[in-house]
Design a protein around this ligand. Structure first.
Ligand code: DC
Length: 212
């Protein structure tokens, strides 16, 4: 079984994807970490995030062993990832890795922005997670405060709005729900309620399709 979970920054899709993968015994790939790692590598080499050919080169040379680097979650890396993610050459270079991951025997859950719409259009279940931007900013703000990061709510809100704008309006693979995606609004749901709703949806869908 292959499950695609897409949605904007801080919508809760990452936590949801991890919980779903564990519940259904599927492998999990946070595809945002690929774009974050490309941005990290460009910065390490002193390059420019706006240089498409350098970004594509970094994407082609990406070392999958480095995807669990905690530095990928540092403030600012998400914004940087969203900048390099607009280049079609970068997206193309990362697609094969994502598709190969999805095709492994155990089945997989991939979360991102374009998984249901572009990377895995044949996924058995597609969920697009949404939540009000203020609620998302509040969640990300609390998370960063817990980590001891020196952030302000206003700063986090502006960063998320900027990211939404870039991710939705780029010309290649913009963030949008696939036509057959199920919308899951987590504005008023905590993670347990969102998880329960997603499991119900997936179980119903598996029953209808009889998929592996
Ligand atoms: O999911 P995330 O916040 O870690 O993603 C960081 C950025 O990477 C996001 O703002 C846009 C880009 N991204 C993308 O373009 N496509 C994906 N499938 C995943 C992430």
């Amino acid at each position: 079984m292959i499950i695609a979970i897409d949605g904007p920054a801080a919508s809760g899709k990452g936590t949801l994807a991890r919980r779903i993968a564990s519940h259904f015994h599927l492998a999990h790939l946070d595809t945002g970490s690929l774009y974050r790692a490309v941005a990290r590598d460009i910065r390490r080499h002193g390059g420019s995030l706006e240089d498409a050919s350098e970004a594509a080169e970094m994407a082609r040379r990406l070392d999958a062993e480095t995807l669990s680097d905690p530095g990928l979650r540092d403030p600012g890396v998400g914004d940087a990832a969203s900048i390099v993610a607009k280049f079609p050459e970068v997206r193309e270079a990362l697609h094969e890795f994502q598709r190969d991951f999805a095709l492994q025997k155990s089945g997989a859950v991939l979360d991102g922005r374009d998984i249901g719409s572009v990377v895995l259009p044949d996924a058995h279940v597609k969920i697009f997670v949404v939540a009000d931007v203020e609620v998302r900013a509040r969640r990300r703000y609390s998370e960063l405060l817990t980590r001891g990061e020196p952030v302000t709510f206003e700063g986090v809100l502006q960063s998320i709005k900027g990211r939404d704008d870039r991710d939705m309006n780029r010309s290649t693979s913009p963030m949008k729900p696939a036509a057959d995606a199920h919308l899951l609004d987590t504005t008023k749901l905590d993670i347990e309620a969102a998880f329960d709703a997603a499991v119900r949806l997936i179980t119903r869908k598996i029953g209808q399709q009889g998929c592996p």
